[in-house]
Design a protein around this ligand. Structure first.
Ligand SMILES: *Cc1c(COP(=O)(O)O)cnc(C)c1O
Length: 375
């Protein structure tokens, strides 16, 4: 066998898929640049991690590793249902919410179907639909780096099979309010499956004007699913748990047909249950992160770099236009042990996305940026 024989076998959709850009690992940066401390500000991770009760739940797990996990995440779905006001049969749990995005595409998209999302988008909102052969339409931001609700309404009215919208947006951080969501819902035909990705819900809900999407969607009879995750505010990114709340049980049943049977491992289920029981820990992390984000934003503005722009953010990161190519800045940051995400899509090569880390790491980032930009 050789590479070209393999290429004959691969599905036609696959060669066009970009590899997911997960960035450099801490270890890779440490060894390549010979730096001791690494500031991980590229993956929107929560610097405060998970509640200590998660550690205890994981220690108890040692006696249970020989048996399969609950294929239906019964206990976890029950507590999520209780707090969100959904029924357990409206809830799906995934190996990260990214895997629910994949299930949605596998269950609902065929070659040629149209999918609507934003540019710049969370990569998988574009990659998974294309994996199924769907055509993805990418809507631009407004010049002030906000959702273009008029453009969204127009495009939704054309009836795509599926629309994926992250509120707040990743990587931009911008959010839309209840009035905008009502307009989007009015514009959406009932044959469109609306996927509202609220990965940063716990951060955004403290912003004034952030819509109660679940309540607004429930008031309409149309297909929708809201996605949330334990990876960000709950601090469980390593364990991979996300969940979706859907308009009806039948939608979840179709996802059950395409998902792997034991898709959420025992550790992930136990940790998510434990974390869910300690809301206070999560809320403290959110408050501190929002405070840090606001002070980083002020410090960035104080640099007075000509052309520098910061997108409005309701999440745990900032999307920053450095008004110069991001490559050299990124290299100089890496050399100082600071990992951020330089954007590579056309039109955004001057942007970096910086996750809000610990106060120390944020200060390291700001100090480095001052040096690099010479301000
Ligand atoms: C981080 C993120 C996810 C994925 O979260 P996992 O649950 O870790 O898979 C999904 N959507 C958006 C917009 C994200 O930023």
């Amino acid at each position: 066998m050789n590479a070209s024989a393999i290429q004959e076998l691969v599905r036609p959709e696959v060669p066009g898929l970009p590899p997911y850009n997960a960035g450099l690992s801490s270890e890779a940066v440490r060894s390549r640049y010979g730096v001791e401390h690494i500031a991980r500000l590229a993956s929107n991770e929560n610097p405060f991690g998970a509640s200590p009760v998660v550690g205890r739940a994981l220690a108890d797990l040692a006696l249970r590793v020989g048996t399969y996990p609950d294929a239906n995440c019964t206990a976890l779905r029950a507590v999520i249902a209780e707090r969100t006001g959904a029924r357990a049969d409206q809830i799906v749990v995934g190996n990260g919410s990214e895997s629910i995005l994949q299930m949605l595409c596998q269950a609902f998209l065929s070659p040629g179907d149209r999918v609507l999302t934003q540019r710049p988008a969370f990569g998988l909102h574009e990659i998974y639909p294309r994996m199924m052969g769907a055509k993805v339409e990418l809507l631009a931001l407004t010049p002030s780096l906000e959702f273009d609700i008029d453009a969204w309404c127009e495009a939704l009215a054309r009836g795509p099979k599926m629309a994926m919208i992250a509120n707040p947006s990743n990587p931009v951080g911008c959010m839309f309010d209840a009035k905008a969501l009502a307009r989007l819902l009015d514009a959406t035909p009932s044959g469109t499956l609306l996927v509202v990705d609220e990965a940063y819900y716990e951060y955004a809900r403290v912003e004034s004007g952030f819509p109660d999407a679940l309540a607004m969607l429930r008031a309409r009879s149309r297909p929708w699913i809201v996605l949330r995750t334990f990876s960000k505010a709950w601090g469980l990114a390593a364990l991979r748990v996300g969940y979706g709340i859907a308009s009806e049980a039948s939608l979840i049943q179709w996802l059950d047909r395409v998902r792997t049977p034991f898709n959420v491992n025992e550790a992930a289920q136990a940790a998510a249950l434990a974390a869910w029981g300690d809301t206070a820990f999560m809320e403290r992390a959110v408050v501190e992160t929002v405070r840090q984000r606001e002070s980083m934003e002020q410090a960035l503005r104080a640099l007075a770099v000509p052309g520098l722009r910061i997108a409005p953010s309701a999440a745990n990161f900032l999307f920053i236009d450095l008004a110069r190519p991001n490559g050299p800045v990124n290299e100089a940051l890496l050399a100082r042990g600071i990992i951020v995400k330089p954007w590579k899509e056309p039109g955004f090569e001057s942007f970096i996305r910086v996750s809000i880390g610990s106060a120390e790491d944020n200060a390291r980032f700001m100090g480095a940026l001052r040096e690099i930009l010479g301000t």
